[in-house]
Design a protein around this ligand. Structure first.
Ligand SMILES: C[S@@+](CC[C@H](N)C(=O)[O-])C[C@H]1O[C@@H](n2cnc3c(N)ncnc32)[C@H](O)[C@@H]1O
Length: 445
């Protein structure tokens, strides 16, 4: 009999066995996997037999992906290694979840390429019956754990920064901006950068508020319900009215998912901020919102308010004179477009993690891009001016101030965000003033 006929018969017999075995459940799954591995070592017509050929020619009643799953699990748990796990009570199904979880974790950069599969099997066995485990869930838990570790590391380093005698830390307030502004000298600030919680976030079918699923992007936030957010917004406008110089400005961020809040507009007028410029920040794509409505939003609302139009006159004028701020507009205005980063950070975060440039927990869901902050500094302030970031969170605006030689005050109530902000500010101070002596550095804050 010709060699090729012998091979074909062998493949046919093996596939018949596979068909029978697949009816045997768990035991069958391991044996099928081993047989599929064996088949892939057979040469037909001078070439190795592919799984696609096996499925199409002999096992077309089973899906390709199922067969691939069976083969991969057998390959990754070779017979001599799998016994240990089976004796400890792991099923084929659990071993398969462990294998897929490990692959997903490596892809998501939360497992090293050489992390043993046993770690994943152990985790699954330890949590058997306690929670529903699938690869997605395991990846999510690992990401949460990684983000928690980042948080703890950051809290420790911020503790050290605060116990040092760097004067700039005195400008970082871990308390409500309302109290901070109350304690400040009146008419001492040029720009109030106010990015409070919007209290308007919804993405569920019933339109209710839901915490965003952030996959390792920080999402902590105080005063996030609608009532709290509105009260804070009104309070900070009053505070700003007290601390701003007569020529001072407020940049107030709001959601664009609803009309401007009438109480906000009327308070601004009541406090003398009669020049209000309504603007939009246009993001790259529409955001998730109430899926029953045929429209979504790809913008955030910005109200630039001053006590007079003259206060908004600028010696710089010129570029980017539009009310819709896009990446292109920002790139025209900020001093060094080479440093331009794509907005917003939440879009680039996973790419950064995958490239090893960021860690889970490093970035915040609400973070405004550095260059967007620089854009407003360039438009509304001059070097030496004082900026207060009342809802500072990641400190993106303060980093912009440091880089652009503005004086600054940072406020944030939430401990996680405060630690995030202060460590970022610390990094920015180090970068900016690493060649200067510390006395000079602290005098700039
Ligand atoms: C939308 S985020 C600001 C994001 C920030 N612009 C950035 O780029 O990172 C709002 C922040 O305000 C903080 N916050 C809430 N109430 C506050 C208060 N009374 N004083 C200071 N910060 C507050 C929240 O914890 C949250 O971190």
């Amino acid at each position: 009999m010709a060699e090729s006929q012998i091979q074909n018969d062998r493949v046919q017999d093996t596939c018949n066995r596979i068909g029978d075995l697949l009816k045997e459940g768990e035991r069958g799954a391991w044996m099928v996997g081993d047989l599929l591995v064996e088949l892939s070592e057979i040469n037909v017509g001078g070439k190795p037999l592919t799984l696609k050929q096996v499925q199409q020619r002999y096992l077309s009643e089973f899906s390709y992906s199922y067969l691939a799953q069976l083969r991969s699990t057998a390959l990754e748990f070779p017979e001599h290694e799998r016994h240990e796990f089976l004796e400890r009570g792991a099923t084929w199904y659990e071993c398969d979840i462990a294998r897929r979880s490990r692959a997903n974790c490596i892809k998501a950069k939360i497992a090293e390429k050489d992390e043993p599969l046993g770690n994943f099997v152990d985790f699954i066995l330890k949590n058997k019956g306690r929670r529903r485990l699938n690869p997605r869930e395991i990846v999510k838990q690992r990401i949460e754990q990684a983000a928690l570790e980042t948080r703890q590391r950051r809290a420790f380093s911020v503790e050290q920064i605060r116990s040092s005698d760097d004067d700039w830390t005195a400008n970082c307030h871990h308390r409500s901006c309302l109290d901070v502004m109350n304690d400040m000298d009146p008419e001492s600030v040029d720009l109030c950068w106010a990015d409070p919680p919007y209290g308007a976030f919804f993405k569920t079918r019933d339109g209710s508020f839901q915490e965003p699923e952030t996959k390792g992007l920080e999402a902590a936030c105080d005063n996030k319900t609608r009532d709290e957010a509105v009260a804070l917004t009104l309070g900070l406008i009053e505070g700003a009215a007290r601390v701003l110089k007569p020529t001072g400005k407020i940049v107030l961020w709001q959601a664009s998912t609803e009309p401007d809040r009438p109480e906000v507009i009327s308070l601004l007028h009541q406090l003398g901020f009669d020049a209000i410029l309504p603007m939009y920040w246009k993001k790259k794509q529409p955001q998730p919102s109430d899926f029953r409505i045929p429209f979504s939003h790809e913008t955030e609302r910005i109200l630039v308010a001053a006590r007079s139009r003259e206060a908004l006159w600028t010696p710089l004028g010129g570029k980017g004179r539009t009310d819709v701020i896009t990446d292109d507009v920002i790139a025209k205005v900020i001093p060094d477009p080479m440093e331009y980063e794509e907005a917003p950070p939440s879009r680039t975060f996973y790419r950064d993690v995958a490239a090893g440039k960021a860690q889970y927990g490093d970035r915040h869901f609400f973070e405004k891009p550095l260059n967007l902050c620089k854009f407003f500094l360039e438009k509304l302030t001059l070097p030496g001016d004082t900026v207060i970031d009342v809802c500072g969170c990641t400190g993106s605006m303060i980093e912009a101030c440091i880089e652009m030689d503005r004086r600054w005050v940072y406020c944030e109530t939430h401990e996680t965000n405060f630690n995030l902000g202060v460590s970022r500010i610390g990094e920015a101070m180090k970068q900016k003033f690493c060649d200067d002596d510390s006395e000079h550095a602290s005098s700039r804050a």
